[in-house]
Design a protein around this ligand. Structure first.
Ligand SMILES: [Zn+2]
Length: 318
């Protein structure tokens, strides 16, 4: 009876190996830079369409991460990376995963990383301002000086948790799970499966099929993202890392007006000279005289100096 009892004990006490939990952690931190790489690639190819995504990448990622992690936490009780490695979260006390656990997991997986990234970026900005001799309030100065120590403490706490998890002293491998009083365990194999006959007889709901397809797609993407991560670390090696050539800049509305004439004297260019910041071409004498009076391109009003002039050699000069 005792033997049977031991046999039917759920696998709650079976602890995933350190390798598995580390794999899930490292996959989780891969998503942010990997998707960033994809977004950068798209923005380089189509700046008009995807430029905004680069600018508001943190917010875009917040929404994306929120949707994905929210789904996986609700459906499988773990983050995408944990579920990918067959793991799920469980309270250390009650051995369940309550609504409260779900909500706090969402906060720690989605909202906290966003806030931390924003803080890190703000600190980097303040530090730069400070180094450029701009005024930075005292509390901001303290914050950016303190941040590296806080990060070192967190990394130290992570290491201690890994070691104590390995040595079976603690049941959780990370400080964030410990704060939530959660541990990782194996996901039970309850995969919804159906045959084509079931589909034809209308036994399988469309929503179920779509969600299963989405799940497969996400899991495949996880592998793909790891590949992208590798690509990122191998940057500058081979042709793969070369970004596509962006579209040519839009034609300026004034460009036709000054076709083949100097915008200042409205005659054919004498010693054609371009202002590098605007791209407009003038006679050398016209533009040099103008820039001595006013440090701007006459057409676009972009700030320019004599140093921004470039001689143009088209070959048809007189
Ligand atoms: Zn001229």
């Amino acid at each position: 009876m005792a033997a049977k009892g031991a046999h039917i004990t759920p696998n709650i006490e079976v602890k995933p190996s350190l390798f598995e939990v580390l794999a899930a952690d490292s996959l989780n931190i891969t998503f942010y830079p990997a998707i960033k790489r994809v977004v950068d690639f798209l923005a380089a190819a189509k700046p008009a369409v995807f430029g905004g995504l680069v600018r508001y990448y943190d917010e875009f990622y917040l929404v994306f991460n929120g949707l994905v992690q929210g789904y996986y936490i609700k459906q499988y009780g773990g983050s995408l990376a944990e579920v990918f490695y067959g793991l799920t979260r469980q309270s250390l006390r009650s051995k369940t995963f309550s609504r409260k656990d779900r909500n706090w997991s969402f906060v720690v997986l989605v909202l906290v990383p966003y806030a931390v990234r924003k803080l890190e970026k703000a600190c980097a900005r303040w530090k730069e301002d400070y180094e450029n001799a701009k005024h930075v309030p005292a509390h901001r100065k303290q914050l950016f000086r303190l941040l590296p120590y806080l990060q070192a403490c967190y990394e130290g706490a992570k290491l201690i948790h890994y070691v104590s998890y390995l040595a079976n002293v603690t049941k959780t491998h990370s400080p964030s799970l410990r704060v939530l009083e959660l541990g990782l365990t194996y996901l039970s194999e309850e995969e919804e499966s159906w045959s084509f006959k079931d589909v034809l007889q209308g036994k399988v709901r469309v929503a179920t099929m779509i969600s299963a397809a989405l799940l497969r797609w996400l899991e495949l993407s996880a592998f793909f993202l790891q590949f992208i991560e590798w690509w990122q670390t191998e940057a500058n090696i081979g042709d793969l890392s070369k970004l596509p050539i962006p579209d040519a800049p839009d034609q300026d509305s004034n460009a036709n007006k000054y076709a083949n004439v100097c915008p200042i004297c409205l005659q054919k260019h004498i010693i054609p000279t371009a202002v590098s910041v605007s791209g407009y071409v003038y006679c050398y004498r016209c533009i040099a005289t103008h820039l001595q009076r006013e440090s701007r391109c006459p057409v676009t009003k972009y700030p320019a100096t004599i140093n921004d002039l470039i001689g143009i050699y088209t070959g048809d000069d007189d």
